[in-house]
Write a protein that binds this ligand. Structure first.
Ligand code: DX5
Ligand code: ZN
Length: 219
């Protein structure tokens, strides 16, 4: 089985102590840092942009996993690439208003890992034309926009479809889950094929980041 990677989402960090928070999750055993970018259009919340990603880049050598919940990702992409993103995940829904195939190619051409994701209401079939272009596939387990929501177990069916495709076509594909993940729901996601676990609230609201990260990994 692939090693399970833990990607704390800094959306749930204390921004008044962002440098400490990033260093602490790194010391606690995080594998990637997940950056949730929200534009107030594709999702009904505004988080932060490339400036903060560039700041985080200076704080850690861990890979930066940038999740773009924005419209016109193709337009903003160069700014996140310059900010030091290592993987960039875009949304497949038409409301994201970009050419998905072209944007994925732009991400790869810049030397970043290309990721694609879908909202809980979006059928898996929408991803299918792009699966061969991906390094990472993210199955959202909440409706994107806000941290602290409950895990939607019914999304595990899509994760199983993704795992089936991965097994047959690209064993190196990373399968990531995001939203409502705690040690209990991480176990369910891992059993269904996830190898990258995003967690905001569960890590940053815990007292012991290292213990929480170990628990998320199932150790
Ligand atoms: C949802 C974001 C998630 C969120 C996860 O809009 O994409 O990454 O921050 O947060 P928790 O772990 O608090 O559900
Ligand atoms: Zn995310």
């Amino acid at each position: 089985m692939q090693r399970v990677l833990i990607a704390p989402s800094i959306l749930a960090a204390d921004f008044s102590r962002l440098a400490d928070e990033v260093c602490q999750v790194e010391e606690a055993g995080a594998d990637w840092i997940h950056c949730d970018i929200m534009d107030g259009h594709f999702v009904d919340n505004i988080s932060f942009g490339p400036g903060i990603v560039a700041t985080v880049r200076k704080l850690t050598n861990l890979p930066l996993d940038v999740h773009l919940m924005i419209q016109h990702a193709d337009h903003y992409l160069p700014r996140f690439i310059d900010a030091g993103a290592n993987s960039i995940t875009i949304h497949v829904e038409p409301e994201a208003k970009h050419n998905v195939g072209k944007t994925l190619q732009q991400i790869r051409d810049a030397g970043c890992h290309a990721g694609l994701t879908l909202n809980p209401a979006t059928p898996f079939a929408l991803l299918e034309p792009f699966l061969h272009q991906l390094d990472l596939l993210l199955i959202m387990t909440v409706h994107p926009g806000f941290g602290g929501q409950s895990f939607r177990a019914e999304q595990m069916e899509k994760l199983r479809q993704a795992y089936d495709w991965k097994t047959k076509n690209n064993p190196n594909l990373d399968l990531e889950v995001d939203g409502g993940i705690n040690p209990e729901t991480a176990k369910i996601a891992i059993e269904n094929g996830a190898n990258v676990i995003v967690a905001g609230t569960s890590i940053f609201k815990s007292k012991d980041y290292a213990a929480e990260i170990r628990a998320l990994r199932g150790e």
